[in-house]
Ligand binder design. Structure first.
Ligand code: NAD
Length: 516
């Protein structure tokens, strides 16, 4: 899979360069799409979706790939076969039904594998109310959640460090944050949206969420016509749940985005209805937001709308916006006229309870019609393009000023480990403080603070001046760190890991301990 970090013009929803090269001539040549029928209700809703696409005149050529439960159970823990990668590589566009991940036995999440392997950095989930046809308390809700898809706690780097403590690494990068925040503003601009809200928790995670927020501030300044605002994720998600109509586009990191996109879909009443796009610079994948629903599998009662909406986003992506509008408007008309699958059927509101295949027939019968109450889809009449410039790495000074040494120690008295560490006579470095779970416990800790067996011991240059209001940390050579580690090991300390302390461009690149 080649990578393209150049300027990418996104067509309506997504990036032009991710399109199969054939898509420039969509009218005369069919576009290859890698199609995964998935597990559970997957094959039923995929058949219904493809039938509608075909009837609407979508110019696509499905290339079927096998992924999911059968592949897992055949002993392949990644859930995807080699041939599937080749087809994806050629097609660059995937339409995927939900799959079942078997429980236990170390099976890896195929969704996470696909997102990361194919660098699908942006998860785009439009969620809007279909009031009064689908039950919701928020009839005017119309939100797009743009979630970073590759980083954060989902990098999947976890370790058990001591008997009592496990750790998960939260990775937020500048290139990743720039790409997703830029995508959100470009999306808002292309789709005529008015406001982008950033959700972070940088009052606590000052470096990681702080970087995401900083990038948001920098990039928002380039879009003066779009209102930008930032909210702390806890109050932000509470407000989203209480007043979703106040939001337009939301951009956030992976974990927060995972949570709030489900909240949004749930309160819109559309968990079975919403589609989503996973967009990269080279490949894009489209799907429903729900899972494989094994409880209703094989009964021909599942709602195919989520996958169909994913497919509409896909058609927009490959430039077939007129067909996308035709399908979306027929679908809206079907919903409006009360032909509903069991999951959204409401006595008094719905006209007929239909099966999966009947629903597809009803949509097909309305191709060419437009909704009377719900907002008509007008993708073809013009969204702009989305540009993601290549990342430019700036040169910044980097200075090593110390090291945090993590020690596994089963004692409970911080003064004991602190005084023992002080006694280690390492010529060039001295102990500054010790924290336990981030709280300073030495020197001068509080006796109430609960301590585990995981001690973070901060060492700086023995020449550091740390008693004044403005501490000064002289440069430390890495050799000094190595000598310190040898000295600690010789003194019998169980060193489990280290984190170097750097200043970047003269700014502290590490957090202080609580109470430091
Ligand atoms: P689920 O979304 O499959 O089902 C939750 C509930 O919603 C069930 O009651 C189900 O019947 C209902 N439902 C879901 N889609 C529906 C539809 N289209 N029409 C009508 N009702 C629908 O979530 P789950 O039960 O937690 O997960 C089942 C399996 O799906 C698990 O193996 C999980 O790992 C997998 N999963 C896959 C994806 C994906 O492939 N993108 C996403 C989520 C879950």
């Amino acid at each position: 899979m080649h990578s393209n970090e150049d300027i990418c013009g996104l067509n309506l929803l997504t990036i032009k360069s991710t399109m199969n090269p054939d898509t420039t001539t969509v009218t005369d040549k069919k576009v290859k799409i890698a199609v995964a029928k998935g597990d559970g209700i997957g094959p039923e809703i995929m058949d219904a979706t493809l039938k509608i696409l075909e009837a609407a005149g979508a110019s696509i050529q499905p290339e079927y790939i096998e992924i999911g439960e059968n592949v897992y159970l055949s002993g392949n823990t990644s859930g995807i076969q080699e041939e599937a990668w080749n087809i994806i590589d050629e097609a660059k566009v995937i339409l995927k039904a939900p799959i079942t991940t078997p429980q236990g036995k170390g099976y890896k999440s195929l969704n996470v594998t696909l997102r990361k392997s194919l660098a699908l950095f942006s998860n785009v989930r439009p969620v809007n109310a279909l009031h009064p046809y689908v039950q919701t308390n928020f009839p005017k809700m119309d939100v797009v959640i743009i979630r970073e898809n590759e980083e954060d706690l989902y990098a999947g780097i976890e370790h058990q460090q001591t008997q009592e403590v496990v750790q998960c690494l939260k990775l937020i990068t500048r290139p990743g944050s720039e790409k997703i925040v830029r995508y959100a503003f470009e999306y808002a601009q292309a789709y005529g949206r008015k406001k982008v809200t950033c959700m972070v928790k940088d009052n606590i995670m000052k470096l990681t969420d702080g970087l995401f927020h900083q990038v948001f501030k920098e990039i928002s300044a380039e879009y003066p016509d779009i209102i930008s605002e930032s909210q702390i994720i806890d109050i932000g998600s509470a407000r989203l749940a209480a007043n979703p109509e106040n939001y337009d586009v939301i951009v956030t990191s992976n974990l927060y985005g995972d949570v709030i996109s489900d909240i949004a879909a749930e309160i819109a009443g559309s968990v079975g209805m919403a589609g989503s796009a996973n967009v990269g610079l080279n490949v894009a994948m489209f799907e429903a937001i729900h899972g494989s629903a094994p409880d209703i599998s094989g009964k021909n009662i599942a709602n195919p709308s989520g996958l169909l909406n994913g497919a509409v986003m896909m058609l927009s992506h490959i430039g077939q916006t007129e067909v996308a509008d035709k399908i979306k408007n027929a679908w809206l008309t079907t919903i409006e006229e009360g032909y509903h699958t069991a999951d959204i059927f409401q006595e008094g509101q719905s006209v007929k309870k239909v099966s999966t295949s009947e629903f597809a027939e009803e949509v097909i019968a309305r191709l060419g019609q437009k909704p009377k109450q719900l907002k008509e889809s007008k993708l073809a009449s013009g969204a702009g393009t989305i540009n993601i410039p290549s990342y430019e790495r700036k040169v910044v000074d980097k200075k090593l000023v110390g090291v945090d040494v993590f020690i596994d120690w089963s004692g409970s008295n911080p003064d004991e480990i602190g005084n023992n560490l002080h006694a280690v006579n390492s010529a060039k470095m001295k102990l500054k403080m010790i924290t336990n779970r981030g709280v300073k416990v030495f020197p001068n800790g509080l006796k109430e603070t609960y301590c585990t067996d995981h001690w973070r011991c901060r060492f700086v240059s023995s020449e550091a001046i740390i008693q004044t209001g403005k501490p000064h940390y002289p440069t430390v050579e890495y050799d000094h760190v190595l000598t310190l580690l040898t000295d600690l090991s010789n003194a019998g300390f169980d060193v489990i890991k280290t984190e170097n302390l750097y200043e970047f461009g003269g700014k502290r690149g590490f957090s202080l301990g609580q109470g430091e």
